[in-house]
Design a binder for this molecule. Structure first.
Ligand code: FMN
Length: 237
């Protein structure tokens, strides 16, 4: 039997991407994101317009998509509620966001020069894709989000993940960090508590045997986002 609960968030489970871009002053920015998918050698990236990343991609036309493995979750969670944007909306402040310009430093990650684009790769990420912006599309009724279409120019893969003698990634060896309803998963099980889920006040199934470090259960997020990405209801990234 199905039910229609008026579902608030449609994040059913996608890989986390650490997207790197160049700020206007030449420094590098990192943002965790997960509204992305690939088609051939193109990728579609869904970003809120107030994110520093959206501003940087639109201006510079370049980014690197760095894929963390599930055992890298702590790096990702450290920068979860941060923005490179010096201006934060009141709604975001309420959620707990703060401005951090040096996210490599905060995360404890290492810059690695790219070969074809200006933004750096993240050394610790086993998969890194250097990309060029090819198109962008407004998304959502109030056009608060943008789908950026990028072309993957070069993909770097950690050697141990490549099936020997082929041009393919070993799907058994590759264990992506998955974001499912704002929670972090690896190998199908929760791997870490999530600052994003706490900031969004996502409800949790406490007491589940596989549950990560507990975050207090809360009522669903209230509708009030101002200029933030919104999916299907009230919550905003
Ligand atoms: C796991 C995870 C996934 C996220 N996915 C997205 C996403 O797909 N799109 C988006 O706009 N924000 C997403 N966010 C929120 C951004 O990280 C957030 O807006 C951040 O402030 C962006 O950083 P920036 O402003 O420096 O670009 C996600 C956050 C986390 C922790």
């Amino acid at each position: 039997m199905h039910t229609v609960p008026g579902i608030k968030v449609l994040y059913f489970g996608t890989p986390v991407v650490l997207i790197t871009t160049r700020n206007e002053d030449g420094t590098a920015n990192i943002a965790p994101m997960s509204s992305s998918w690939w088609l051939g050698d193109n990728a579609m990236l869904g970003l809120g317009n107030t994110s520093q990343t959206a501003v940087n991609i639109a201006r510079e036309g370049e980014c690197v998509l760095n894929l963390p493995s599930s055992d890298m979750v702590e790096y990702v969670d450290r920068i979860a509620m941060t923005t490179g944007n010096p201006e934060i909306t009141p709604h975001r402040v309420e959620q707990g966001y703060r401005t951090v310009r040096d996210k490599f430093g905060l995360a404890g990650l290492t810059e690695q020069p790219s070969e074809l684009v200006s933004p750096p790769r993240i050394l610790e990420c086993p998969i890194q894709m250097e990309c060029r912006l090819t198109d962008s599309h407004p998304v959502g009724g109030e056009r608060r989000m943008t789908a950026f279409e990028v072309q993957v120019l070069r993909t770097h893969i950690e050697e141990r993940l490549v099936i020997p003698g082929t041009h393919y990634v070993d799907p058994v060896a590759w264990d992506p960090l998955i974001m499912k309803f704002c929670e972090f998963f690896g190998g199908g099980v929760p791997v870490h508590s999530s600052r994003l889920a706490a900031g969004w006040q996502m409800p949790h199934r406490l007491g589940s045997p596989a549950a990560p470090a507990a975050i207090p259960a809360a009522t669903p997020a209230t509708p009030a986002p101002d200029g933030e990405p919104v999916l299907s209801g009230s919550a905003s990234a």
